[in-house]
Design a protein around this ligand. Structure first.
Ligand code: MN
Length: 716
């Protein structure tokens, strides 16, 4: 077969010098497919040729047309990628490889028939170069046009796949004309009875209304003349069978009158609004049926004015829809992004588009509307960077689709599947081959994660390798848990050792009789937590062991236990007013001594109510995260006092303590206790427990202390 004359003319006039490349691709494909036949017995080359013809009809760029001709060479002939690169360059080869990858979706659908959305996303993602999608859509349209020769089962399968995957993509890319035809063909094969019925009703209606349709078209032309709109085309197109069917489903029989779309195509944007005004003057509008997609383009950049008006007849008023647009908009409405490739090549056309937009903006003085210019830029951005530029979609061996951030590797995939898979991951196969675990994955890779039950868990290096935050969080969670277990072991050893050096055994010190009191005092709820805190380093083993020994000694001497002030009365049951915790036993943690005004966190201890810590308390790190709760101070604070602990590093001289004491007296602050110590440099370290009513009083007091020359530093 040869290229038809009229198509040859169209190629020459549209593609100029590039025509040669198209002819070369045609001859190349013809030779490669030599001897192959289509199912209907025709030469195989007819299919790539028809595919290319669809693309030419959409004003697609030369590379798309070339790829349309070559699209089955890699899959179905002995032609290699290298040969394509040599003959047609890397760009063409990349698009063809993308086209083969799209075929994997077919396989994925077999296993996951309901996962349409991920498959559509994957399709678009493979189409990093939008032209992959253009070629595959044209390919699919030609296949759908020739579906009749297939078995009924195959027809249904292919039509359903087309409806689920290809039609929504055509819609997203704004390729309305191709979408309508695909959709109609799907309708014909999937619901043949309904298709015939709709067809019959439509023809009947059209015959009945033919006169009206012609009259509307003529009236619109007259209106144009009257309003000095010189260049105008009116297309009265019967709406697609499928769209009528859908409308009928939604609105019942009424929708069926609206079977013709009248399109008014003018030269300039201002003419669109002139015609809109003229039409509204002549016919009564249907309320709520006006859409200005020029001021507010659809997501797929569709622009047009839509209005439904009423045509009076003897039988009553009949609604009809008019779509008003410029030639440029019309071209886009029909072919969508595919048509825009021409603009990319011919910059001037895009500029003229901008100009008309500018005029439109002047016309519509709505400051809130999104400028179409912005949309055009956004659009070019999508074309250049591809869809889902920062995402990839890979397959599992069962052909499930997993969405990842681009740059991700098998570890990210393993954690995306499940943290259990991530933690046991030891290797990966990509497209059947073993690969290093940090191999960057690409869309449509089939990735198998190899796990081992004996794996000890992730390596710390993985934190640097993974690309997704989610993976990093899961690895960190693993180490945190691991660390806690390690800390418990470590803490127990330390405490055990500390007991031995004092001449006791830890097991004899841990006695149920006083453990409760001990835990209350240490603001932790189990010995495990005590070990974890010691192992973590936030609790001194010395302190713990001394307390345990004193409790042990007291108990052994059968002395009455001296109950501390902290354990009596109100202090025990209600250490502070905490909002929302009325009636619940609260206790201020001794490790950080929170005072009202501090940011606080509650820790739900086992059977000991809620312990209130400062939110920056290091002990929190050793506690079980899921027992922490957000809390705030309540309001009734006035007469309560709280013990705040401050550590003062100061000059080691007798006068220092006196100065501090004076300040305390001056500010009417009571001292609860004082410890003094020295550091390596010989400075004095005073630990003061002072009674304040809140953070503000404390801060003010600390500021006053800072004034004293003897004081070097104050810590809380
Ligand atoms: Mn094909």
């Amino acid at each position: 077969m040869e290229i038809e004359h009229e198509i040859l003319d169209k190629i020459n006039s549209t593609y100029g010098e590039d025509s040669q490349l198209i002819l070369k691709a045609f001859e190349f494909a013809k030779q490669k497919h030599e001897g192959q036949k289509r199912e209907d017995g025709q030469e195989y080359i007819v299919h790539p040729y028809q595919t290319a013809k669809i693309l030419i009809g959409m004003n697609a760029d030369v590379v798309s047309v070339v790829c349309g001709l070559l699209h089955d060479c890699l899959e179905d002939t002995e032609c290699t990628e290298k040969e394509i690169i040599n003959q047609f360059g890397q760009e063409v080869a990349n698009i063809l490889v993308g086209c083969s990858k799209v075929e994997l979706i077919k396989q994925a659908r077999l296993n996951n028939p309901d996962e349409n959305e991920p498959l559509r996303k994957m399709f678009l993602c493979i189409s990093k170069d939008a032209r992959v999608a253009f070629v595959k859509l044209a390919d699919r349209l030609d296949n759908m046009r020739n579906l009749a020769v297939k078995l009924r089962v195959k027809q249904i399968k292919i039509a359903q796949e087309t409806l689920d995957i290809y039609v929504p993509i055509a819609e997203r890319l704004g390729m309305s004309k191709l979408k309508r035809e695909l959709e109609n063909l799907c309708f014909m094969y999937l619901l043949p009875v309904e298709y015939q019925e709709t067809q019959r009703v439509m023809e009947e209606n059209y015959k009945k209304r033919e006169k009206i349709i012609v009259d509307i078209s003529d009236s619109i032309k007259e209106l144009a003349k009257k309003h000095n709109v010189e260049k105008i085309r009116v297309q009265s197109r019967i709406k697609s069978n499928f769209s009528i069917f859908k409308k009928q489903q939604k609105k019942g029989k009424d929708g069926i009158y609206d079977i013709v779309a009248h399109r008014v195509i003018v030269e300039e944007v201002k003419d669109c609004y002139t015609m809109l005004g003229a039409i509204l003057d002549k016919w009564k509008p249907v309320e709520g049926r006006f859409k200005d997609y020029i001021a507010h383009p659809k997501e797929n950049f569709y622009r047009s004015l839509h209005i439904t008006v009423l045509y009076p007849t003897d039988e009553g008023e009949i609604p009809f829809e008019v779509q008003i647009r410029t030639e440029e908009m019309h071209n886009y409405c029909e072919y969508g992004m595919a048509a825009h490739w021409i603009y990319k090549e011919v910059g001037s056309k895009l500029t003229s588009g901008y100009e008309s937009n500018q005029k439109m903006l002047e016309l519509k003085k709505n400051s809130e509307q999104k400028s179409v210019e912005d949309n055009a830029e956004e659009f070019m951005e999508i074309i250049k960077s591809g869809f889902y530029a920062n995402k990839i979609f890979v397959f599992t061996p069962k052909m499930n689709v997993v969405e990842l951030v681009s740059g991700s590797n098998p570890i990210d995939l393993a954690y995306a599947i499940h943290s259990g898979v991530g933690n046991k991951c030891v290797g990966a196969k990509v497209n059947g081959k073993m690969v290093p675990i940090d191999t960057e994955l690409k869309s449509a890779d089939v990735v198998e994660i190899i796990t081992s039950a004996t794996s000890k868990g992730p390596s710390k290096d993985w934190l640097k390798i993974v690309k997704m935050n989610a993976s990093r969080e899961k690895i960190n969670a693993f180490f945190k848990k691991e660390m806690r277990e390690e800390n418990i072991k470590k803490g127990k050893l330390i405490l055990d050792q500390a007991a031995k050096t004092k001449g006791y055994t830890l097991s004899s010190l841990l006695n149920d009789d006083w453990m409760d009191q001990f835990l209350d005092k240490s603001c932790l709820s189990t010995m495990e937590e005590v070990y974890a805190a010691i192992g973590h380093g936030s609790l001194a083993s010395e302190k713990v062991i001394n307390k345990l020994i004193s409790l042990y000694e007291k108990a052994n001497k059968k002395q009455e236990l001296q109950i501390n002030k902290e354990f009596t009365g109100d202090r025990r049951t209600k250490a502070a007013e905490i909002s929302g915790l009325d009636g619940i036993m609260t206790k201020l943690a001794k490790c950080c001594n929170p005072v009202p005004g501090d940011k606080i966190v509650g820790y739900i201890s086992r059977g000991r109510g809620i312990t209130i810590h400062r939110s920056d308390c290091p002990v929190l790190k050793a506690l079980e995260k899921d027992r922490l709760m957000e809390i705030d101070w309540g309001e009734k604070l006035s007469d309560s006092s709280y013990v705040a602990v401050i550590k003062i590093i100061a000059k080691n001289s007798p006068s220092t303590l006196a100065s501090i004491s004076n300040k305390l007296v001056e500010n009417k602050i009571n001292i609860s206790y004082i410890y003094s110590d020295k550091n390596k440099e010989g400075d004095a370290i005073y630990t003061f427990g002072i009674e304040v009513n809140g953070k503000q009083q404390l801060s003010e007091f600390i500021n006053k202390l800072h004034v004293l020359p003897e004081i070097y530093d104050i810590e809380r």
